[in-house]
Design a protein around this ligand. Sequence first.
Ligand code: ZN
Length: 410
Amino acid sequence: MADGRTPMHTASVDMTTTSCPACHGERTTPFHSIAATPVTCTSIFDSVAEARAVPMGRVELAVCESCGFVFNRSFDAARAELGARYESSQAASAHFGQFARGLAAQWIERHRLQGKSVLEIGCGHGDFLHLMLGQGVAQVIGVDPLATEAPGQADPRLHIHAAAFDDDLLDLRADALVCRHTLEHIGPVHGFLGRVGQWAARDPQRVVLFELPDAHRVLAEGAFWDVYYEHCSYFTTDTLRSAFERAGLEVLRQELAYGGQYLLIEARAARAAPVDAAAQSAPRVRGLVELCHRFGGEVQRAVSCCDESLVRMAAMGRPIAVWQGAAKTVGFLAALKQADLVHCAVDLSEQRHGRFLPGTGLAVHAPEQLKAIRPGHVILMNPVYVDEVRARLVDMGVDTELCTIADLCG
Ligand SMILES: [Zn+2]
């Protein structure tokens, strides 16, 4: 896939961070790497040229032997910021909709935020803040270096700071601090969570509410397609809790949501001195470190199997298609050496049709196009839909072999 790229698309500067960004521990071990992946996996482009011009970055996941935190030690914030600008140009806001509405309602009710004020770090276009206003919150403040308020949504109850959450914003007053799908994009997590802890400590009534992807599932399932450049920090229930406690926060509640994909955590400033979290969690950390090493080995095998399968399928002379034209497909192809053998992706989402995925520049079509493309194989990214997709292919009269990633490795 890297063939034909100009040198500016490869990460040339060694940005390796060796100490743990969560606990500053010195013993961190790499266990999985991707030489070049697009700095934005979630964007989609109008032309092949634009899609292929997306800068590439290196992923080198490492685990901290002291606290179990997983991070991309080759992460370069400047490169990620380039990627984030592509994303902010995409109008569609991910993670918005039914789930977000329910979460807003839950948080407002549990923490009695009706008539109160909410501060959101990483607010994007302010969609979640508008949801909270719509459900009874009186005042909202959004903080995001890339913030731009969506047109037509000007509201006197909303204040946006187009800035990062630095020390000079610690004086912002609110009853709750919300942070959704942002912490995984932040490299220096110790400093960031420390500021959140300081902000919470200014008023013991303040609550801190976070939502982010759960990395335990990715590690346990060997889901290498869920490793994206823009995600530099990977938390599990345990490492998130210990990072919060290290920041002087007391965890009130933690749960998995959205089919086990997201971690939710609710906290406030700690009222008592923290217990020795490191000593308490040592066996769990050992388990997590082992899981990471297993992931590294299994993924290496799985990637080789997928490459071999693509070569075998391509040799049959008919095109190979991927069912889903979104971030997981970008992550999947970025890890493979034979990604060029894939002809196209199909996706149910109309906004993606006729557009191109970052990195490979793979075209995304409507599933109906498969009638003309006549693929020999269709690789299904999400195995949950295997029956549904098989039925759809039969309905369309597409004679093809449908396989999951597990099938490619089998
Ligand atoms: Zn650590």
